[in-house]
Design a binder for this molecule. Structure first.
Ligand code: GLU
Length: 270
């Protein structure tokens, strides 16, 4: 660029570098803040309320962990983390950790690490309350439209095990539930705890059918190789469980959806 004065080149370079320096904070360096990823639209688990506050079991787990890591609630910055974006958000250092109905899987473990598990659940189906011909995943092959979320384990599981089902993938489960309400689709599939939260939010509109047909182990996602953070988060989860705070949080957030607190799973320190 012979005609561009050097000073200008320098200014442009600085302007380009500064925002990058401010956001490229991998390794958990977000100044005196901690950035936590969660869902914003899953009642009972991770929900952003109209007044801007966060609520749900995942939110309570995330807050407990943050406190154990030495952060006050004011120092928490929440980041919405849709299913398909979670690994990328962690790999790019845009979040310090993610608590977002995030199943521990071998494929994901190639990109991120997990603390936990802190909850066991399994995949199920949600239909309209007046439906009586959907009885399980196999009955969906009978020309039914099923909705799930891109980048989620339940969507992948349907593709693998029930390839004939007409599967539509949205970005969020709340979009699936709206489509179910409007009659655009016939069923929603994801983890039972998530479906129970939506059912409780609209009494009489929906029902969960059949038993769970997978095992989902929820973990807290963090940067691959950060053994120190993983150990600290595992210690925090253990403390939450042994102090009774875990059960209290479960009952407060998911009790109204009619789910009894299960025994917390053993933490995998391996
Ligand atoms: N637990 C499943 C998953 O991690 C489904 C729930 C979700 O998409 O957040 O993919």
């Amino acid at each position: 660029m012979p005609s561009v004065p050097l000073k200008l080149v320098g200014a442009v370079a600085l302007a380009l570098a500064l925002p990058f320096a401010a956001t490229a904070c991998g390794g958990g360096d977000h100044g005196n803040k901690i950035v936590i990823g969660t869902k914003y639209d899953q009642p009972g688990l991770g929900q952003k309320k109209p007044d801007g506050t966060m609520a749900g079991f995942d939110v309570d787990v995330a807050k407990f962990v943050a406190k154990e890591l030495g952060y006050t609630e004011d120092q928490i910055e929440w980041k919405e983390s849709p299913s398909a974006q979670r690994e990328t958000l962690i790999q790019n250092g845009q979040v310090d950790y993610i608590v977002a109905t995030y199943s521990i899987t071998d494929a994901r473990k190639e990109k991120v690490d997990f603390a936990g598990p802190y909850l066991l659940t399994g995949q199920s189906l949600l239909v309209r309350a007046d439906n009586n011909d959907i009885t399980g995943a196999a009955s969906l092959e009978n020309n039914k439209k099923l909705c799930s979320v891109s980048g989620s384990t339940p969507a992948q599981n349907i593709k693998n095990k029930f390839p004939k089902v007409q599967l539509q993938q949205f970005d969020t489960y709340s979009a699936c539930v709206d489509a179910l309400k409007n009659g655009v689709i016939d069923a929603v599939t994801t983890d039972e705890v998530i479906l129970a939260g939506y059912a409780a939010q609209s009494p009489g509109a929906f029902k969960i059918v059949g038993d769970t047909f997978t095992e989902e182990r929820y973990g807290i996602g963090l940067k691959k190789g950060d053994i120190e953070l993983r150990t600290k988060i595992n210690d925090a989860i253990e403390k939450m469980e042994s102090s009774g705070a875990w059960k209290e949080a479960f009952d407060r957030n998911l009790g109204p959806a009619g789910i009894e607190a299960p025994a917390p799973p053993a933490i995998d320190r391996g």
